[in-house]
Design a protein around this ligand. Structure first.
Ligand code: ATP
Ligand code: MG
Length: 412
């Protein structure tokens, strides 16, 4: 179902299915050029239209012997569950898929977990937000219940911040800003601001059994929380790993996720693990496609296909390396011309990949005007030790920068 927005991740998902010997019938809004040679058949459908998409899947199933239905994207979790249920393929229930997609429904189902959740409330307008903040307290975070990709994450530090956050959120929480808002619209969750180091847990749940593959350390930008750096495996100590693993199993079990990859986001602080959210899909940002395989030898995307087809998972680690990624972000809005400093770092064999996320000449913009146009390049590095990895990623931060010129001509 669809492909991830980052082309290289989309390519890796198709290659994983092909390596396992499957042919791919892609159901989606469009077929990118790079995917054409890897897709056996493409069926165009508006995948935000669940009824039309399920009907199309039924037609495909009448012709092909479908082995499974799989999503690598956030917005397709409920649709894939609906198709799996309709066609009798491995998947999760509609109720579990809703819990995966709606940040309020998710937290509501986890209220029994002592000390793990932030205080939280659902709000739809400024009056409700004001009332909720009385209970939740400041600092807090307000965000859409159904978005992804850090679109519209607002920190509330003082009472004045409520008005401007709500004004922005009601402007962006509309389908014409981003189609993701066709799913839950202008519905928001306000949460206690959690302190601590950010992490994510990468795993699978297969026939009710939860498997944890690894934990990722993550750094996000201030104040809009866009992803900046990821490192696999986490440098947290063994007792933290044990607590994180146990709580993750409780959360996945309580939400009744099944037959899917998951990506759980949390913070580790003085109070132990504090839960942000969990997704019923593999991690993006090259974590699933590149960092986990580079660090552990586990082919994460192949296992995404295995879990969706009911094949046994292959999760044995064959190495203990450190892999990480640093994004180069535009520091101002304008036209992206290129990245300074790349040739220098490119000469060091510790860097595995440099991915241009947008071509030179593209328009870049900063949040809160735009949440998806600040990243220009991703650099992936690998080292036998954590300190060595950090040195490589720090060099990306200090030696490279995006070259941005004032924009002329029409926006592309
Ligand atoms: N309650 C909170 N306390 C502190 N930080 C938070 C909180 N909620 C969200 N954040 C920050 O905002 C980021 C994005 O939040 P969240 O994961 O809920 O949104 P998202 O749109 O799903 O983003 P993404 O797709 O990038 O994961 C988190 O990774 C974290 O850095
Ligand atoms: Mg998230």
């Amino acid at each position: 179902m669809n492909l991830r927005r980052i082309q290289r991740e989309g390519l890796e998902s198709l290659l994983a299915a092909r390596r396992l010997g499957y042919r791919v019938i892609l159901l989606g809004r469009s077929l990118p050029e790079f995917a054409k040679p890897l897709v056996h058949e493409f069926r165009q459908v508006d995948t935000y239209d669940r009824a039309a998409s399920v009907a199309e899947a039924r037609k495909i199933h009448a012709v092909y012997d479908l082995a499974g239905v799989v999503n690598f994207t956030e917005v397709d979790v409920q649709l894939v569950a609906a198709i799996a249920n309709e066609l009798g393929l491995p998947g999760m229930s509609a109720a579990a898929a809703l819990r995966a997609r709606n940040k309020y429904v998710m937290k509501d189902a986890l209220r029994h977990l002592d000390g793990v959740l932030p205080r939280f409330a659902k709000v739809t307008d400024l009056a409700e937000l004001r009332a909720a903040v009385e209970e939740v307290g400041l600092p807090a975070v307000v965000k859409p219940t159904g978005a992804s990709g850090s679109k519209g994450i607002f920190e509330l530090r003082s009472p004045e911040d409520l008005d401007s956050a709500m004004e922005y959120l009601s402007k962006i929480a509309r389908p014409d800003f981003d189609p993701v808002f066709r799913q839950f619209g202008a519905e928001f969750i306000v949460e206690e601001f959690l302190e601590g180091d950010e992490l994510s847990v990468e795993g699978f749940v297969s026939a009710g059994e939860v498997h944890i593959v690894t934990i990722t350390d993550k750094v996000t930008t201030v104040p809009f929380h866009l992803e900046l750096e990821h490192k696999v495996p986490s440098a947290l100590p063994a007792d933290a790993w044990a607590e994180i693993g146990a709580t993750t199993k409780d959360i996945v079990g309580a939400l009744e996720f099944d037959n899917c990859a998951f990506h759980l986001e949390a913070k580790w602080g003085r109070g132990g693990l504090r839960f942000i959210e969990i997704a019923g899909r593999p991690a993006g940002d090259y974590i699933g496609s590149h960092l986990v395989p580079l660090a552990t030898g586990v082919d994460y995307f192949e296992n995404v296909v295995r879990v969706a087809t009911g094949e046994p998972l292959q999760l044995a680690h064959d190495r203990e390396l450190n892999a990480g990624l640093r994004f180069v972000l535009a520091e101002r809005a304008g036209r992206f011309e290129g990245v300074e400093g790349l040739p220098g770092i490119g000469e060091d064999p510790g860097y595995d990949h440099v991915f241009f996320e947008i071509p030179a000449g593209s328009k870049v913009a900063l949040p809160p005007r735009d949440f998806g146009r600040q990243r220009v390049v991703a650099v992936i590095a690998r080292h036998v030790g954590r300190e060595g990895l950090e040195r490589l990623l720090d060099r990306v931060a200090t030696e490279t920068s995006a070259r941005i010129t004032a924009e002329t001509g029409p926006a592309e």
